[in-house]
Design a protein around this ligand. Structure first.
Ligand code: KIV
Length: 264
């Protein structure tokens, strides 16, 4: 079995093959997803909402992510493992280096950071220190109180232009992957075509290089509510393994996300 690396994901972008990913927080689900052939697993700070029951991701700590990253790593043989940098864990480059080191030591192969061009020094500093970085733009949930709610980003021209510029700058600073969350399909397509690194979308339409969903949304069991951009795959078959295979298949053949699960 060949392990998925960042080179595998880059090659998929170059060859037009879709990247599939899910969040995971424990060894059992990581193993189940891995065995069905998922490309990447994210230990997302969404765990604050779906595991801990908070209203947002802000209470999640670096220690929480370390704990869950260790578990996911133990359950994973093949997939690429990415760990989230939680709220305020990269307020300064020095904090980012120290916290990213904990996540890499816990078993992550890359860290994900939410935010735009204010993070350029942090991103290049991490990469220089051998920490691969996934950037995260659009509806970055750690900024929910700045946005005034979980709202689609990039609908206005100025905001869309800023997101496009941020994506280009973050890629130039050394980010090797980009998560784009809740932006209009057209903008996601433009950003995906404008940068050389793979773009993984969530609520960003079908034109990105791949998709990610929060696992509880994909199974339709989230404690909070079901986002418009997600789909309950468990409903189709009633079988968890089949649900994951259906998700992977629909991402690969481009049928998920459909218009119904996208924003225009
Ligand atoms: O925390 C998370 O699960 C995420 C995904 C929604 C991309 O950031």
């Amino acid at each position: 079995m060949k392990k998925v690396t960042i080179s595998t994901l880059l090659k998929k972008k170059q060859e037009g093959e879709k990247i599939t990913s899910l969040t995971a927080y424990d060894a059992s689900f990581a193993k189940l997803f891995d065995e069905q052939g998922i490309d990447a697993l994210l230990i997302g700070d969404s765990l604050g909402m779906v595991l801990q029951g908070h209203d947002d991701t802000l209470p999640v700590t670096v220690e929480d992510i370390v704990y869950h990253t260790k578990a996911v790593r133990r359950g994973t043989q093949r997939a690429f493992v990415i760990a989230d940098m939680p709220f305020m864990s990269c307020a300064t480059p020095e904090q980012a280096y120290a916290n990213a080191a904990k996540l890499m030591a816990a078993g992550a192969s890359m860290v994900k950071i939410e935010g735009g061009d204010w993070l350029l020094e942090t991103v290049s500093g991490l990469v220089q220190r051998s920490v691969p970085v996934c950037a995260h733009l659009g509806l970055t949930p750690q900024s929910v109180h700045v946005f005034g709610g979980f709202k689609i980003q990039g609908r206005e021209n100025e905001q869309a232009q800023r997101l496009l510029n941020d994506a280009k700058k973050l890629a130039a600073a050394g980010a090797q992957l980009l998560v784009l969350e809740c932006v209009p399909t057209e903008l996601a397509k433009l950003i995906t075509e404008s940068i050389d690194i793979p773009v993984i979308g969530i609520g960003a339409g079908a034109q990105t290089d791949g998709q990610i969903l929060v696992m509880h949304d994909m199974f339709g069991i989230s404690a909070n509510y079901m986002p418009k951009f997600s789909k309950n795959y468990l409903q189709q078959s009633g079988d968890m393994r089949q649900a994951v295979r259906d998700y992977i298949e629909e991402v690969r053949n481009g049928s998920f996300p459909s218009e119904e699960h996208s924003f225009n």
